[in-house]
Design a protein around this ligand. Structure first.
Ligand code: ADE
Length: 246
């Protein structure tokens, strides 16, 4: 995969791209990530990239020319997904991360402080994404979030291939609780079933805990899930247990 990030603040990406899994993914050649300062594509002598809004109003607007020129200088840009980051975009999700992880080339457009000229939205971007219902000072942090969640899904990036498959959300449920040694810590014990070596029971316990956690914390997720008979039985058990606690 190739990822190009258009930003006025390329230095914001240094720590994130040069640490941990994102660093390793680049070293392994799973992804090539570049930052491009679109100020370099401004043609006026002050290198401005923004201007006052037509019709008046406060704030500045990113001009179309430097962003169009910077994108058009990227080889193969016409086959890439060109993603604007704004609070008005479609809400990013694990499903979107999975979809983007199948692409060959992603281009991210990060604005900062200000809005984009609408022609960038209408005639350049192929997608517009938001990472949540809050306003950031720019698209950079949103691009980092999306890049992190997409790159970890690329083949060979996570050491343990299974670990992305059991993630929260990719199964439709939140993850079950995990424990490691010691068996007892300050009097708090690991649930007995996990020490039993009984794989079938462990699997059932984990499924039940994942269902319980999702029901209590994110019932909205259950509305989108279809259940096996075992899961329906477990949910019934959980609901009875909750009712008995009342
Ligand atoms: N830019 C500013 N706020 C944003 C958000 N919530 N998501 C994506 N890009 C943004």
């Amino acid at each position: 995969m190739k990822i190009d990030i258009l930003t006025l603040f390329p230095e914001m990406f240094d720590g994130v791209l040069q640490s941990s899994i994102l660093k390793k993914a680049q070293e392994k050649g799973a992804v090539v990530i570049s930052t491009i300062n679109f100020r370099d594509y401004s043609t006026n002598k002050h290198k401005t990239v923004d201007d006052y809004p037509y019709g008046g109003g406060h704030g500045m607007v990113l001009k179309p020319e430097p962003i169009f020129s910077a994108v058009e200088a990227i080889p193969g840009y016409d086959k890439a997904r060109i993603i604007m980051l704004t609070p008005q975009g479609e809400r990013f999700s694990q499903k979107k991360a999975e979809e983007l992880s199948k692409e060959k080339h992603l281009i991210f457009l990060c604005g900062h402080y200000e809005g984009f000229d609408e022609r960038i939205r209408d005639h350049l971007a192929t997608d517009e994404l938001s990472i949540g219902d809050y306003v950031l000072t720019g698209g950079e942090l949103a691009a980092m979030v999306i890049i992190d969640s997409v790159v970890r899904l690329l083949p060979g990036v996570l050491g343990n291939e299974g670990s992305a498959k059991t993630d929260s959300f990719s199964t439709g449920l939140l993850e079950y609780p995990q424990y490691t040694r010691p068996e007892e810590f300050r009097g708090y014990r690991v649930p007995e079933v996990l020490l039993s070596g009984h794989h079938r029971k462990i699997e059932r316990w984990r499924k039940k805990e994942a269902l319980k956690r999702t029901l209590l914390r994110r019932p909205d997720l259950l509305a989108e899930t279809s259940f096996t008979q075992e899961e329906k039985d477990l949910l019934e058990e959980i609901i009875k247990e909750i009712e008995n606690q009342k």
